[in-house]
Design a protein around this ligand. Structure first.
Ligand code: 5AD
Ligand code: SF4
Length: 470
């Protein structure tokens, strides 16, 4: 049994090796024809981890089912970022418990960020004896063994490494589509924003070697993939731990030479967004003119308490530079309201930045205290009602700009990467523009993965309507 420990999780040592995934032959196909149901919570990093989990399970012989009630194995890939993600996972665990009472052979496992939390694992050990296994984020590649041990020994297996350990290449992956792919470029985060649990759940920053990334993307290009998203908790830090003169700007420039029509990345931090990166985005047509630039707060006082290492002024300077150098750029953001001690004036400062930036998209949250983070120890005198009120005002403000920006596109012809047929309106397709705006449109003889020209006919707050352009 190996349990999470926050003190160890805080330590950053930059020593790690790159190793290759391997699975012993005896494991392959061992669970032939058993079914699994995998539920994923949280961010793209988790979504991509789930693609690895699926491939590993299928190597063992498992077959995916979308019906958890009938599955032989249920796995929850969890998220810790806010309380509601937590609650959802525990809610699902409750349903699993009921199922297991009826079907004692059911295997249930929990992995992802919640598994890295001391409090969660303690609670599981006290109250969830029926749960078969818990596995952390740093030992994803050990899934076949942990799962197998829990079945063979019929005892609860808990294996969570507090320290990130080595970087494992060539974990199998089962991608959802043949046209869109996530590619990890860096794991972990060393920023330690005071509200955020990620540096504890995902460990220190570790970049993949550029050759490994480029080889993976070359293969995707050969397979005909249309869009590649470079993934990391903080992609701007790419390369700092490996190279002296090779960062995200250089990596993007190299990847732009490959035959991938759409290249994008997430998530970036305003702190080390270099001129080189802006230049490379501006110069390469196949790097999407879309940047996610989390603001979090427009108040310098709160930014300092958050440990964000930039000011409202330096953020706006960067924002202006992006808009000037990449004229077609679309910028989205993340904003937290109700950070401990946030005053009306602090909130107003956030609204001022929003009114200046007029974002194309924004993800807005009420601050949620996370176990062991420095901000969770701050005195919080903002009432829940006030927090909700601020979120409401903020949402109305950002929504106004989404619509305004979308209206400007009416009459234009946009390149759209088709995702498929729309669920809401029969015979309508949907897809995304180069600035990641959702478009519902009419047309014929189109399939998922095509890039087509669509004339925009109508604008809504969160989407556009259009028709295939002749
Ligand atoms: N409470 C609320 N929102 C949070 N985020 C991260 N941690 C918290 C928290 N404790 C938000 C940030 C981040 C996004 C992924 O989630 O805005 O950019
Ligand atoms: Fe959630 Fe962060 Fe973990 Fe992603 S990395 S799953 S957002 S806690």
């Amino acid at each position: 049994m190996e349990l999470p420990n926050y003190q160890e999780a805080r330590i950053r040592n930059k020593k790690y090796k790159t190793l290759k995934y391997k699975i012993e032959d005896g494991f392959k196909g061992k669970y032939q024809n058993k079914t699994y149901f995998l539920k994923t919570y949280g961010c793209q990093m988790n979504e991509h981890d789930s693609e690895n989990i699926k491939a590993m399970l299928e190597e063992l012989g498992f077959i995916e089912t979308k019906d958890y009630m009938s599955a032989d194995l249920i796995m929850l890939n969890t998220c810790s970022i806010r309380e509601n993600a937590h609650n959802k996972a525990f809610g699902m665990l409750g349903r699993c418990k009921n199922l297991k009472e009826k079907r004692p052979n059911l295997i249930v496992g929990l992995c992802g960020c919640m598994a890295q939390e001391e409090g969660v694992v303690k609670e599981i050990m006290q109250k969830y004896h029926w749960l078969n296994f818990v596995m952390g984020t740093h030992n994803l590649y050990r899934l076949p063994y942990i799962l197998d041990q829990s079945i063979e020994l019929n005892t609860q297996q808990i294996e969570v490494f507090s320290k990130e350990g080595d970087l494992i290449e060539e974990i199998p992956v089962k991608r959802d589509t043949g046209y869109k792919a996530w590619v990890n470029i860096i794991y972990g985060c060393d920023k330690f924003c005071t509200y955020c649990i990620v540096p504890y759940t995902r460990g220190g920053e570790r970049s993949r070697k550029k050759e490994d990334i480029i080889a993976e993307i070359k293969q995707l290009a050969e397979l005909g993939y249309k869009e590649v998203t470079l993934l990391g908790q903080n992609v701007n830090a790419y390369g700092k731990d490996l190279y002296t003169d090779y960062g995200l700007g250089e990596l993007l420039a190299d990847i732009a030479q490959m035959k991938i029509p759409r290249i994008t990345f997430m998530t970036s931090h305003p702190w080390d967004f270099t001129d080189k990166m802006i230049e490379v985005i501006a110069q390469n047509k196949n790097i999407l003119p879309y940047i996610h630039l989390p603001l979090q707060s427009g108040s310098n006082r709160i930014l300092k308490l958050m440990g964000r290492r930039y000011t409202k002024e330096s953020y706006l300077e960067l924002f202006d530079k992006m808009k000037k150098k990449i004229p077609s750029v679309s910028i989205s953001t993340d904003i937290i309201v109700g950070f401990p001690g946030e005053t009306d004036q602090d909130f107003q400062n956030t609204l001022d930045v929003v009114n200046y930036c007029k974002y194309d998209n924004a993800f807005t949250f009420i601050y949620s205290p996370r176990e062991n983070t420095p901000a969770a120890k701050l005195k919080d005198n903002v009432s829940q009602e006030e927090k909700e009120n601020r979120l409401h005002i903020l949402n109305n403000t950002v929504n106004k700009y989404f619509l305004e920006n979308n209206m400007k596109l009416i009459g234009s012809v946009e390149d759209v990467l088709v995702e498929g047929l729309s669920e809401k309106k029969k015979d309508n397709y949907y897809g995304y523009t180069r600035t990641k705006k959702l478009v519902n449109f009419t047309g014929e003889n189109i399939k998922a993965g095509d890039i087509v020209k669509v004339e925009i006919t109508e604008a809504k707050t969160w989407s556009l309507d259009g028709k295939l352009s002749k």
